[in-house]
Design a protein. Structure first.
Length: 344
């Protein structure tokens, strides 16, 4: 059995909201251990769209998803969070002394004063391309996310899907791909109308090929994937040469063990109040996409706001005798010392 780690706060989820929660706790003098089932910080930003631009972060007109994660990691350095990556929280047990026993999938054990769940939509897996032999090429020539777009420039590409991710990458890759084909099972698309219009423009200009149909089988040459056969609605089978296939069919979001921790749920989300963002279990808080309340908007910006208020709620939970004062980083010597900028 590993030694029990005692900490003020355990944060479950190392996406943008979980990372910013470290910052807000740190400003109030509290330290945290942060856990994530993924092998790197960043959550869905890093896993699903690291190169995609984000336009609604205050004071940053445009910011790449990975860049946002990198900036948050830099911002929380003064508070020295301890990361436990590649570990899923399996058990959370409230104790009579208002603290929690926490156990991870690797057997790491915590004695925590409070818990913040910032796990996004929970653990997730992409919906896969259901063709015989497809798993042999996953991560090599068959992909469910774009991790480094530069690797696929000047390649023949086939992209499956009709949502924003599929059309965004069709438009992006059309600038360099010698051949790019979009395959969607129906003529209507779920993507933003402007993206659909731009795709149609590229199609009219001969830069993109669009097929309404379903993948039928993979084409191979030796041990390499050489393309895919697609059966269109009129019964015609198209053989499409390709160096890489991308399937953007969405995710299977699963709350996983979180659903068994006794908190009140509404449509697979954790119900919270809007004062402290506390769940129905006192001492357990939830921020970001995993929570729900009247008027909830699933935006990173909203999650940052929730993390700020949750930090005050956590401080009140951990130190009920302590008076709370609203201080500002521009004028508070205490906060500036915590940030390591005192005297600057």
């Amino acid at each position: 059995m590993s030694a029990v780690i005692q900490t003020e706060v355990v944060i479950v989820g190392a996406g943008p909201c979980g990372l910013f929660q470290v910052f807000e706790l740190g400003l109030l003098g509290m330290r945290a251990h942060i856990l994530d089932s993924l092998s790197n910080p960043g959550g869905q930003c890093t896993e699903l769209y690291p190169d995609k631009p984000i336009y609604d972060i205050p004071a940053l007109p445009v910011c790449g998803a990975q860049e946002l994660v990198d900036r948050l990691m830099e911002q929380i350095k003064p508070f020295e969070p301890v990361f436990h990556l590649g570990e899923e929280v399996m058990e959370v047990t409230p104790r009579e002394d208002r603290r929690f026993d926490v156990v991870t999938s690797k057997g790491t054990r915590f004695d925590a004063g409070a818990i913040v769940i910032a796990a996004g939509v929970g653990s997730f897996q992409p919906r896969r391309l259901a063709l015989p032999g497809a798993e042999l090429f996953e991560g090599q020539q068959l992909h469910y996310r774009v991790k480094n777009a530069s690797e696929y420039r000047n390649q023949r590409l086939v992209i499956f899907g009709g949502g924003d991710s599929a059309l965004d990458w069709v438009i992006d890759f059309a600038a360099t791909a010698p051949a790019i084909t979009l395959v969607h099972r129906r003529e209507d698309f779920r993507a933003a109308p402007a993206s659909v219009a731009r795709m149609r423009e590229l199609e009219a200009a001969g830069r993109v090929r669009s097929i309404t149909g379903l993948a039928e089988s993979l084409m191979t040459e030796g041990e390499r994937l050489s393309g895919v056969r697609v059966k269109s609605g009129d019964g015609v089978v198209h053989e499409i040469d390709a160096d890489h296939l991308f399937a953007f069919f969405g995710l299977h979001p699963k709350l996983g063990p979180v659903a068994n921790w006794g908190m009140e749920l509404e449509r697979k989300a954790l119900k919270v109040d809007t004062e402290k963002f506390e769940t129905s279990v006192p001492g357990i808080f939830a921020v970001g996409d995993i929570n729900t309340y009247p008027g909830k908007k699933k935006l990173i910006l909203s999650g940052f706001h929730e993390a700020a208020l949750a930090a005050f709620g956590i401080q009140s939970w951990l130190y009920p005798e302590k008076k709370q004062f609203l201080q500002y980083t521009t004028t508070s010597p205490v906060m500036q010392k915590r940030l390591g900028v005192a005297g600057v």
